[in-house]
Design a protein around this ligand. Structure first.
Ligand SMILES: Cc1cc2nc3c(=O)[nH]c(=O)nc-3n(C[C@H](O)[C@H](O)[C@H](O)COP(=O)(O)O)c2cc1C
Length: 735
């Protein structure tokens, strides 16, 4: 519920103000360039410093010009003067404060900046426009606040606000990632924008100082030369905002000196201070607001403001892309809830699970079955229900998604009168330590109903795998006696990966290996990839793909290790390829499973063909990061396939240690989790010292190893394994 509130607020605010924010961001980008170009343009003009006094500058100016009207220091700290020259002409320019010499003309704002300024400030609509711009600024501030709440929730706590973001999909990832980076500038831009609007509409009253001068007793004697006024000798140029000269020779007219924090009136003949008043807070705050909002005077801050504006454009785009994706997964039903025999309930946060559920729902309808699809929060009594199917994603720390939070309560409230069968499918990601936890919780809950009969064990689907979903539908169809199947081509991730030919340049034969395993080396020209990325191979048609973990050999070619399954379409297809032949495949980036660039120590754990990415990683461990490989296979003979690479890397120092766990080499079975347990102390120390553990291989092995690691972490380091996983110290790619 909490999440929904923030999410809907975030979205509603964004929708209601998006046009204004779009205009403000676009013009903001243009306006951020102006202070930078101004500073570069007047780069040679002299700066005001604490070395030069106002008196020195005034003396220099009076030697050069007939009449001086004012001296000012601008936001770039450059000194400018307004003078009347020998021809009686009025001019304003930058000066050298020591000589009074003109150094540069004043910069005129280019038409593009004037246009952008007007649009940015008032949309060319004067007061009404200014009002909407101010309001949009306030709304953007609230969007930022609701965004902070969403990030805290997503990152599982305020303390983890800046912890690594686990990558779910492109838009979500960068929305969060950039959101955190640009948060502070955006909050500053919005608050200062609101402040300036309040000032403009006099909600915050503008201040003017009211000096109390004793005109009765003003003296014109003793007369001093301006350059000898003690106050002008005391004022250094870096303290000055402006100095306005007296209008006339009347003794009542004075010098008006604006300093950074106060305003001073100075007798034009004697140099006596007539009045001195500090600026009120509103004035100081206004100057700060203008500087912070416009970036004037600071190239660094202008660049930050420009980047924040660009990020805002990305937030608009990615935010709407995510929303459209969610809306695309709205639920439609043909039958009423009490008419349907098949009830499909779905728990989904960002909508993808709804799309899987919809596909099953449509297949059932196409097969002439009465199916009803609903969100888990809408659970109630379904009078004709015979089969309940729950598709549940997991969020937070093994928690239900937003539209399933009320499920438990409703499930205990509404009980079914008739017996029914149920099957739970969990949607999650192995990148999280509580893989599909919520689906298991739902399965447990359903088992408490005496009318319910569990037809299938909970089935888990990692990263929206279409293949896994396909398999489950077939399995479930068989159990309920329905001939249904899902489309072969994944309609959810329609975006096709770019395919290319890969040439086989080396290969071993599965039949020569005791484990029916072989390696194949492939070459391609243009794809960029790293060890740990995946190769999606298409055996004979476009629809079936199989993913293999890539290792790079010394020449930068792809090395795959594949176990041939007797019925395996893809493994047999690759095994039958001859050197020189080509296969169609594409690269799938797997950024979360790349070799860490900065870790002090790395422990690689794998079984069977899961060794492939690690072979590649060690081949390219040029920095010689201390790296150990634990590998589980049947016996020494299984190791033969990889022996040359491993021994070569051990002797080069690219691999520090190789620890095998041969399950069948001795009477008692030895698995990698036993090695992990044996080396518990070193592993706990490795994690403490910011080392990284990488796991690749079967899911069964992954479960055993992570359970053992969790015990070690809790015992030795008093922290769960998820603590290290969240810090990016545990990387997994299991299948
Ligand atoms: C913030 C966040 C937390 C997540 N937590 C888990 C988790 O604890 N366990 C898990 O298996 N998957 C977790 N996932 C992965 C999602 O369950 C998975 O991406 C799922 O396919 C999303 O389905 P949906 O699009 O229907 O919401 C998480 C994803 C995000 C963005």
């Amino acid at each position: 519920m909490i999440l929904s509130f923030w999410r809907y607020s975030h979205l509603a605010l964004a929708v209601s103000s998006f046009i204004f924010i779009l205009i403000a961001s676009l013009t903001g980008i243009i306006l951020a360039v102006e202070p930078v170009s101004n500073q570069l343009e007047v780069g040679l003009a002299s700066e005001a410093t604490s070395e030069v006094s106002l008196a020195q500058t005034l003396a220099a100016l009076s030697n050069r010009y007939d009449e001086v009207l004012s001296v000012a220091v601008d936001e770039n700290d450059l000194v400018k003067a307004t003078v009347i020259d020998e021809n009686g002409d009025f001019s304003e320019f930058y000066i050298n404060p020591l000589t009074g010499e003109k150094t540069a003309d004043l910069i005129e704002s280019a038409p593009i900046y004037q246009f952008a300024t007007n649009l940015h400030r008032s949309l060319f609509l004067k007061s009404i426009g200014r009002f909407f711009v101010g309001l949009a600024s306030l709304l953007l501030f609230f969007i930022s606040v609701s965004g902070i709440a969403l990030i805290i929730r997503r990152q599982q706590g305020i303390k983890r606000f800046f912890a690594r973001v686990l990558r779910d999909n492109f838009f979500q990832y960068y929305h969060v990632y950039l959101g955190r980076l640009s948060l502070i500038p955006i909050v500053i831009i919005t608050l200062t924008g609101v402040y300036l609007s309040l000032l403009r509409f006099e909600v915050i009253p503008a201040t003017s100082l009211s000096h109390d001068v004793d005109y009765e007793n003003i003296q014109a004697e003793p007369k001093l030369a301006t350059a000898d006024f003690p106050i002008f000798n005391d004022i250094k140029l870096d303290e000055l905002r402006t100095l306005e000269f007296p209008f006339s020779d009347d003794v009542e007219d004075y010098y008006l000196v604006s300093l950074q924090s106060k305003e001073v009136l100075v007798n034009q003949f004697t140099g006596e201070v007539l009045s001195e008043l500090k600026y009120p807070f509103v004035d100081i705050a206004s100057r700060w607001s203008i500087d912070l909002h416009t970036g004037r005077g600071s190239i660094f801050w202008s660049v930050i403001l420009g980047l924040a504006s660009i990020s805002t454009l990305f937030f608009i785009y990615s935010g709407f892309a995510m929303t459209l994706r969610r809306r695309a997964s709205r639920i439609k039903n043909k039958y009423k809830k009490n008419q349907a025999k098949y009830i499909i309930l779905v728990g989904s946060e960002s909508g993808s699970t709804i799309r899987f559920a919809t596909i099953l729902h449509q297949q059932l309808l196409a097969a002439g079955q009465k199916s009803y699809l609903a969100e888990m929060n809408r659970y109630s009594e379904f009078k004709k229900m015979e089969h309940l199917i729950v598709f549940a994603a997991t969020y937070g720390v093994g928690e239900p998604p937003a539209n399933a939070k009320k499920f438990e309560k409703r499930f205990t409230k509404f009980s079914s009168k008739n017996p029914y069968s149920f099957s739970v499918v969990g949607f999650g990601s192995l990148a999280y330590s509580n893989f599909c936890q919520y689906a298991f919780d739902v399965d447990k809950l359903l088992q408490t109903d005496s009318k319910a009969h569990r037809m299938l064990e909970p089935y888990t689907i990692n990263n929206r795998s279409w293949e896994a979903f396909n398999q489950w539908v077939n399995q479930w169809g068989e159990h309920v006696g329905l001939d249904i199947s899902v489309p072969q081509e994944n309609p959810i991730t329609q975006k096709r990966k770019k395919k290319q030919s890969f040439e086989v340049i080396e290969k071993t034969e599965a039949c020569d290996s005791p484990d029916d395993t072989f390696t194949v080396t492939l070459k391609t020209d243009s794809f960029k990839f790293q060890s740990g990325d995946l190769l999606a191979v298409y055996p004979n048609d476009e629809t079936h793909e199989r993913l293999y973990s890539i290792g790079l050999n010394n020449r930068g070619e792809i090395l795959l290790s594949i176990k041939r399954h007797s019925q395996g379409l893809c493994s047999n297809y690759i095994n039958d390829l001859k050197v020189g032949e080509k296969l169609q495949a594409s690269i799938v980036k797997n950024r979360d499973f790349h070799f860490p660039k900065r870790a002090r120590k790395v422990l690689m754990i794998s079984t069977g063909t899961g060794i492939a990415p690690f072979l590649g990683m060690m081949n390219h461990n040029h920095k010689k990061i201390e790296t150990e490989l634990m590998w589980g296979g049947r016996n020494e003979a299984s190791f033969e396939l990889y022996k040359e690479v491993i021994e070569g890397n051990l002797s080069r120092g690219y691999l520090s240690k190789y620890a095998p766990a041969y399950s069948r080499a001795q009477a008692e079975k030895l698995y990698v989790q036993h090695l992990v347990k044996r080396d518990a102390e070193q592993i706990a120390a490795l994690l403490k010292a910011k080392g990284v553990i990488m796991i690749c291989g079967s899911i069964a092995m992954q479960k055993e190893v992570t359970a053992t690691l969790d015990i070690i972490c809790r015992k030795a380091n008093k922290k769960p394994l998820s603590y290290y996983q969240n810090k990016g110290q545990l990387k997994m790619d299991c299948y």
